[in-house]
Write a protein that binds this ligand. Structure first.
Ligand code: ADP
Ligand code: MG
Length: 272
């Protein structure tokens, strides 16, 4: 059964007596095939729409849940400041205000991520693809997100490594990968930028435990987080956004465990 030129199912006709079908019979069989093909195809599309609908509902539920967590803390801090602000003393009041700011920041970050993702998914993301020096991008990302205490970053940057990318979005990707390494990785992080004939790549690896097996295949999907995130802020959108951005550059991003242990993220871009 054909829909357009695609075979969607096979329909067999049997006859108890051997016969060579004449043209009319062949036409009837072809006609039945086409009509049944349409039914099969309609059913397939309906199932696909139902699946997308379920994914969307899950996405909305996840997003709402992720927003509610920092919002609840924020309201707690605000209530405390309103009810007992006078008696708290300057020091404690400052901590409460800091907490308020931190939670508001988390909410803003989450909303920015959600907006990015929805723009990408609607195909409305505009990227300005230009030759971009990977080394410069790494240096800018390290300025924006320097290693916290207890983490150190070494870099090995080939200055010939120039890729096709959107400058700001590439910075965002590197900051995301760096922040993940700070949060979930080990004490030593390394970034390499290398150039090959047709492509160039950026590898960020750390000597932590690596991505837990149970989320390994899903880390580039929205909201996927491993058990190793305990307490760390985040909502599982970072890598999903990274992958979609890199793909918008015509490149790819992959994960593989580092040797002997740790995480290794590889961003490959077209060479500029
Ligand atoms: N360097 C890393 N080491 C170990 N696990 C990691 C690393 N980077 C990412 N992960 C895992 O992948 C998950 C998804 O990452 P991400 O999409 O950035 O979301 P988030 O950081 O908000 O949790 C993390 O929750 C974590 O479990
Ligand atoms: Mg992250």
């Amino acid at each position: 059964m054909l829909v357009g030129s695609e075979v969607v199912a096979v329909l067999e006709f049997f006859s108890p007596v051997a016969l060579v079908p004449d043209q009319t019979l062949l036409d009837v069989m072809a006609n039945i095939g086409t009509q049944l093909g349409r039914v099969v195809e309609r059913d397939r599309i309906a199932a696909e729409l139902r699946r997308v609908d379920v994914l969307k509902s899950e996405f909305i539920a996840n997003a709402a849940h992720e927003l509610r967590t920092p919002l609840t803390s924020l309201l707690g801090f605000a209530d405390l400041a309103a009810a007992r602000g006078d008696e708290l003393g300057e020091e404690v009041l400052k901590q409460v205000m800091d907490g308020l700011g931190r939670q508001a920041d988390r909410i803003r970050g989450l909303i920015e991520n959600l907006l990015d993702l929805s723009q990408i998914q609607q195909g409305r993301l505009t990227v300005r693809l230009l030759p971009t020096a990977l080394g410069d991008a790494v240096r800018r990302a390290l300025d924006a997100a320097p290693p916290p205490e207890g983490r150190s970053v070494t870099v090995e940057l080939d200055d010939d490594a120039k890729g096709v990318a959107d400058l700001q979005r590439l910075d965002q990707i590197i900051v995301n990968l760096l922040t993940n390494a700070y949060r979930y990785g080990g004490p030593s992080i390394k970034i390499e930028a290398t150039a090959a004939a047709q492509s160039c790549s950026l590898v960020i690896f750390d000597d932590g435990e690596g991505v837990p097996d149970e989320v390994r295949t899903r880390i580039f999907e929205p909201f996927a987080r491993g058990w190793n995130t305990s307490g760390a802020p985040g909502s599982g959108l970072g890598l999903a956004i990274c992958r979609r951005l890199v793909e918008a550059f015509g490149g790819s991003i992959d994960y593989e465990p580092a040797e002997p242990h740790g995480a290794r993220f590889i961003v490959s871009l077209k060479r500029a």
